[in-house]
Design a protein. Structure first.
Length: 366
C-alpha cells in the first residue's frame, strides 16, 4: 500500500465509527481473522404496529415479552456488545415493557438508541424512563401535514396530531428533567410528495425542541431534493442540526446498482434479533429464512454468533434480497477499502490513535 493510498483512505474514512478508539481494537481483531462480538445489535420488542405505511416491508405478528428481552440484553452485555438499537419489526413502544428493558440495558452498560413512529403516548414516568436511559431517539416523522402523513404512514389527521404532540412532550420532558444527554430528532423520508414538506418539517422540529432532522429517500426513489435541502439548512445552528444521508441520494449507484463492493461485510459487526427470537444478519433480512442464523430463545447468543452457520450465511449474501443502498453501505465501503488497499492493523491503529480524546457519539445516521 502506498502512502498516497493510505492518505486517501484516512481522508475519506478516517472519521468512521469503526476507526474510533472505542471500536478499532475490534476491527483489528477481525482483520487478523478472529471472530469478534458485535458492536451493535438491533432488537425488535414486537412485530405489531398501529401504523399502515403503504411501503412497509414488515409484518404484524407476535410480541416479545420482558423476561425474554431482559435475558437477551443480559446475554448481549456479557458478550461485550457495545450498543443496542431498539426498533422494529413493529412499533417498539407497543410492547409496554420496552421502557423497562431500555432501563435494564443501560444498567448493564449498553448504549441505547430508540427508533419509534412517535404514535404511542406513554405516561410521563415511562417517557422519562425512556429518555433518561437512551443516548438517542429518532422519530419516524416523514410528513409535515396530515395529507403527507396519510401518504407516508397511512394514518389520518388525528394520528398526525398525536405524533406531533408526543414528539413535543418527549422534548419537553427531556429539557424539564435536564436529560440533555439524550439526542432526540426526526427521520424524514423523501419522495415526490413529501419533498414539499421538508422545510415545514424542519421548522416544526426546531420549534418543538428537537435536536436534529435527518433526510433519507424512500428506497428506489430518486426524487431530486437538493433545493429543498438547501432551504432546510437555513434552520441549522449550534442547537439544531439538519442532516441527510448523502450516499442514499447517489443517483449513479441507484441507477447502475454498482455498490463499489461485492460482499456485505457489515454482519461481522452488527446483527438483528426479531420479535420471535430469530437472529438475522441484518434488519433487511427479517423473515427471510435463508438469513436466519439461529433463535435466541433456544440457543445462547454467544453460541449463535460463534457458530459456523453465521459465517456461511454472511458469505452467502448476493444482494438479491437487499435494497439498492442500505444503511450499512458506508461501513461496507470502509471494510472493503481496507481489504482492497491492503490497509494493515498498524495503519488502523495509527488512525485510531489520532482520534484519542474524541467524544464517541452513538448517534447513527442511517
Amino acid at each position: 500500500m502506498s502512502a498516497i493510498d493510505f492518505e486517501q483512505f484516512q481522508e475519506k474514512y478516517g472519521k468512521d465509527k469503526l476507526l474510533h478508539p472505542e471500536n478499532s481494537n475490534r476491527l483489528i481483531e477481525w482483520m487478523n481473522g478472529n471472530n469478534v462480538p458485535p458492536i451493535t445489535v438491533m432488537i425488535c420488542p414486537t412485530d405489531r404496529c398501529q401504523h399502515m405505511c403503504p411501503r412497509c416491508v414488515g409484518g404484524r405478528i407476535g410480541v416479545e415479552n420482558l423476561q425474554n428481552m431482559q435475558g437477551i440484553v443480559e446475554q448481549l452485555a456479557n458478550y461485550s456488545t457495545k450498543s443496542l438499537v431498539v426498533s422494529g419489526g413493529g412499533e417498539p413502544l407497543l410492547n409496554r415493557q420496552t421502557p423497562e428493558m431500555i432501563e435494564f440495558a443501560r444498567k448493564m452498560g449498553l448504549d441505547v438508541g430508540l427508533i419509534t413512529n412517535g404514535g404511542v403516548r406513554l405516561s410521563d414516568d415511562k417517557m422519562i424512563k425512556v429518555v433518561k436511559n437512551t443516548n438517542w431517539i429518532r422519530i419516524s416523522m416523514d410528513a409535515s401535514t396530515p395529507e403527507e402523513y396519510t401518504h407516508s404512514h397511512g394514518m389520518d389527521e388525528i394520528n398526525f396530531s398525536r405524533m406531533i404532540d408526543n414528539v413535543r412532550n418527549m422534548a419537553t420532558l427531556r429539557d424539564k428533567c435536564g436529560l440533555t444527554s439524550c439526542d432526540i430528532g426526526a427521520g424524514y423520508l423523501t419522495d415526490s410528495v413529501t419533498k414539499n414538506g421538508m422545510v415545514r418539517a424542519t421548522a416544526m422540529c426546531k420549534e418543538n425542541g428537537l435536536s436534529y432532522i435527518q433526510f433519507r429517500p424512500f428506497f428506489y426513489d430518486d426524487t431530486e431534493t437538493d433545493t429543498e435541502f438547501a432551504d432546510c439548512l437555513k434552520y441549522a445552528d449550534d442547537s439544531f442540526r439538519v442532516l441527510r444521508s448523502e450516499y442514499r441520494y447517489n443517483k449513479n449507484t441507484l441507477s447502475s446498482g454498482d455498490r463499489g463492493y461485492k460482499k456485505c461485510l457489515s454482519p461481522n459487526f452488527e446483527t438483528t434479533i426479531s420479535a420471535t427470537g430469530n437472529v438475522y444478519i441484518c434488519c433487511h433480512t427479517i423473515g427471510l429464512e435463508n438469513y436466519n442464523i439461529g433463535n435466541i430463545n433456544k440457543t445462547p447468543f454467544k453460541d449463535i454468533w460463534e457458530n459456523e452457520k453465521r459465517k456461511e450465511v454472511t458469505n452467502s449474501v448476493t444482494f438479491e434480497n437487499c435494497p439498492p443502498i442500505c444503511k450499512w453501505h458506508v461501513t461496507n465501503n470502509v471494510l472493503y477499502s481496507i481489504k482492497d488497499l491492503n490497509i494493515g492493523p498498524d495503519q488502523v491503529q495509527t488512525i485510531s490513535n489520532s482520534r484519542h480524546g474524541e467524544i464517541y457519539s452513538t448517534v447513527k445516521i442511517l
